[in-house]
Write a protein that binds this ligand. Structure first.
Ligand SMILES: [Zn+2]
Length: 348
């Protein structure tokens, strides 16, 4: 019979997003290498300490960066450092205004960390920042040349320099204090409140809409498994659950979502796990996912929106806003609630 493929599609629509949770820990993760689409942030949380009030915005012109491979500390001019971060953290093909927003966020992040970890970061005691995605990725010009080749440098380095030079010395402030501007690759349509992700409160890291992300390679992704594969993975990690092909549709339930709809808690049979654990188990880009079971085809489809922790500026959203006419200040003020963009002064 010619049925129009209406099959029994059941179920489990687990919406969501995010990883909830890491109480008292915090990882900055700038979603390194957005361009290459790596994922990110779930490794090694960094302990977050109380915010240290910044009494003045007088700062140094150079910044100390720990080179994890060579195990040495380099002291780099802040503006040169920001160029290397923009190049490492955002695709150079992006719109100029998005690159400028990234430059200001990278500079602000570096300075706020340098103040907070003046005597060294607990994970790299020799310097407040490292050159990896643990802090924010940085690549020197020779390294960029090695990775991308001369023609890339010729085409994009002047663009990166312009983004950084034209925003020279600008930083992001909330109530007169420099902020810690988290950013990520793709939110999936709405960013996450930092409280729901890292269990800390920051008034400028609230959930906001993030339109125009559709071009992001990880805006939406789907993985397909057979029912057996799906059950096998879950039972490998949680051997005591009673899960079979027959009872699957009633044994997995969404318990709690974050305010933006990311998966916070899921029940599998009698145990309750974080959305973040399911994200790790199935290597999903974010906790903004839905799971559906097609009984007839015996397959499970997991559809994920966004990439990264979802907090702060979405890089693909920034590019989308820029293409729709927003300038870098508007982009930053959109993603960081209630902030001002101001000149930093240096203590010479
Ligand atoms: Zn680091």
């Amino acid at each position: 019979m010619k049925k129009l493929g209406v099959y029994i599609c059941t179920v489990l629509t687990i919406t969501i997003l995010l990883p909830t949770v890491i109480v008292k820990t915090f990882k900055f993760v700038p979603k390194g290498n957005t361009a290459k689409g790596e994922s990110l942030e779930l490794e090694e949380p960094v302990v977050i300490e109380e915010e240290i009030p910044v009494k003045t915005n007088k700062l140094y012109e150079t910044i100390k960066i720990y080179d994890g491979k060579k195990e040495i500390v380099n002291e780099i001019n802040i503006e040169d450092y920001v160029k290397g971060v923009v190049a490492a953290e955002m695709p150079a093909e992006f719109h100029m205004e998005a690159l400028k927003a990234q430059a200001v966020a990278a500079r602000t992040y570096a300075i706020s960390r340098s103040i907070k970890y003046k005597d060294g970061h607990p994970n790299h005691k020799l310097a407040p920042l490292c050159d990896g995605i643990h802090c924010q990725a940085y690549l020197s010009l020779p390294k960029l040349k090695e990775i991308h080749g001369d023609s890339w440098i010729e085409k994009y380095w002047p663009k990166i320099e312009e983004a950084v030079n034209s925003t020279r010395n600008l930083g992001i402030f909330y109530n007169g204090e420099i902020i810690e501007p988290l950013y990520h690759s793709t939110s999936g349509g709405r960013t996450e409140d930092v409280q729901d992700v890292f269990a800390v409160e920051m008034p400028y890291l609230k959930s906001v809409t993030s339109p125009y992300e559709e071009e992001a390679p990880k805006f939406k992704s789907t993985i397909t498994l057979t029912t057996e594969e799906f059950i096998g993975k879950i039972k490998h990690k949680y051997p005591d659950v009673n899960l079979t092909k027959e009872n699957l549709h009633e044994k997995i339930k969404l318990i709690e979502k974050t305010l933006t709809g990311r998966v916070k808690k899921v029940a599998i049979d009698k145990i309750i796990i974080d959305g973040r654990e399911l994200r790790e188990l199935f290597s999903l880009n974010s906790t903004n996912f839905t799971i559906s079971l097609d009984k007839r085809l015996n397959i499970i489809e997991i559809e994920t929106y966004g990439s990264g922790h979802g907090v702060g500026m979405s890089q693909w959203g920034a590019n989308g806003m820029a293409k729709h006419g927003s300038i870098f200040e508007e982009i930053l003020k959109h993603y960081y609630t209630g902030v001002e963009i101001k000149e930093l002064t240096f203590d010479n």
